[in-house]
Write a protein that binds this ligand. Structure first.
Ligand SMILES: [Zn+2]
Length: 350
């Protein structure tokens, strides 16, 4: 939907094609037995006991060719990392990736291979310090876990609290271990959090964290599932909020790491909102004008396929949703979470 939309606007540039990563290379972050199981069931083998790897359930079903597809996604994100390392680009958008729930030996939440962790590892092996920022509405548990004790990687996840949402993790006290201590930041937000809470997190947590850590590059998981129309979660971002968040992140990257930033996509389950959000990201990164309206052809075509009405504008019309009860209380609770997090980490950030 996104690519067709960009083509309809005549702004789509042919991407640099990645290669699928080799299964052996994945051993940098995944267990060889786990990789082997995925590769085998993906080519039609019937294996017993794959549930220990999180495979074959409703979130991570087996389908033919899934391993190659997942390796191709990893290849794309790793290519993005290489473009930054080789100084061939400053800002990269991987039109895919963002599989932040994949663990060392466990598939989880629609994720098999962790493209983000592979890209971060590529950068760390080059001697870089890397900051990872995850705005997907779900906690970026796989990435955090893989670098939990790593002093070269800062992870920041802004998500709806695990008290209410998958994967049920990402608490304030998860601050990292050993040399990774104080480098793993989690901001569990109340359900129905709005843009104001996100801007507060950016200003009070992300900005000081990046200016203190001074990464060589920023990797962003730009999940679109914090949008108010998303069916899997409760947070209430609008496209206007997303635009502001994207611009803010790019500004932080310009100031803290010489503009080097790699964006991936991620979750996003509202078919009417997600393509508009990622189109915004594409337009911003390419310094293009924001068209006010969506192309009629595209809208009609996808309305027929989806059986849903798509708004006729790129941005949500405001007010996007009815004022929610407890609005002030939610912002207050989130501000308190931010204060408690900063109290815990500031003792380490000297
Ligand atoms: Zn998500």
């Amino acid at each position: 939907m996104l690519i067709e939309l960009l083509k309809e606007w005549n702004v789509y540039k042919e991407p640099i094609e990645p290669n699928a990563i080799n299964p052996v290379e994945l051993e940098a972050i995944h267990d060889s037995k786990y990789i082997d199981a995925i590769e085998q069931v993906s080519s039609g083998a019937v294996l017993n006991g794959i549930d220990i790897f999180g495979l074959g359930n409703s979130d991570n079903p087996i389908s033919l060719g899934m391993a190659e597809g997942a390796r191709y996604q990893v290849g794309g994100t790793v290519l993005g990392a290489k473009l930054l390392i080789e100084n061939k680009a400053k800002k990269v958008l991987q039109l895919g990736g963002g599989f932040h729930h994949a663990h060392h030996n466990l598939a989880s939440g629609f994720c098999l291979y962790n493209d983000l962790s592979m890209a971060i590892t590529e950068m760390v092996n080059h001697g870089w310090h890397v900051a990872y920022l995850d705005i997907d509405v779900h906690h970026g548990d796989g990435v955090q876990e893989m670098f939990y004790s790593n002093g070269n990687v800062m992870t920041i996840s802004i998500h709806e609290s695990g008290e209410y949402l998958f994967p049920g993790k990402g608490w304030l006290h998860e601050l990292g271990q050993g040399s990774g201590r104080s480098l793993k930041l989690n901001i569990p937000l109340e359900p129905f959090s709005e843009g104001d809470s996100y801007f507060e997190v950016l200003e009070k947590v992300v900005k000081p964290a990046l200016s203190w850590f001074k990464p060589d590059a920023l990797v962003v998981q730009a999940g679109a599932d914090a949008h108010f129309a998303d069916p899997l979660a409760d947070n209430l971002l609008t496209t206007h909020d997303y635009e502001k968040i994207f611009r803010q992140i790019i500004d932080y990257a310009d100031k803290s790491c010489n503009g080097k930033v790699l964006f991936t996509l991620g979750g996003g389950y509202s078919s009417t909102a997600t393509p508009r959000i990622w189109a915004l990201l594409y337009l911003i990164l390419n310094n293009l004008e924001m068209p006010e309206y969506l192309p009629e052809n595209w809208k009609n075509h996808w309305e027929q396929i989806l059986g849903k009405t798509i708004p006729n504008t790129l941005h949500d019309k405001l007010p996007a949703y009815e004022i929610i009860p407890r609005r002030d209380e939610i912002l207050k609770i989130n501000k308190d979470v931010i204060r408690r997090l900063m109290d815990s980490v500031s003792q380490y950030w000297i």
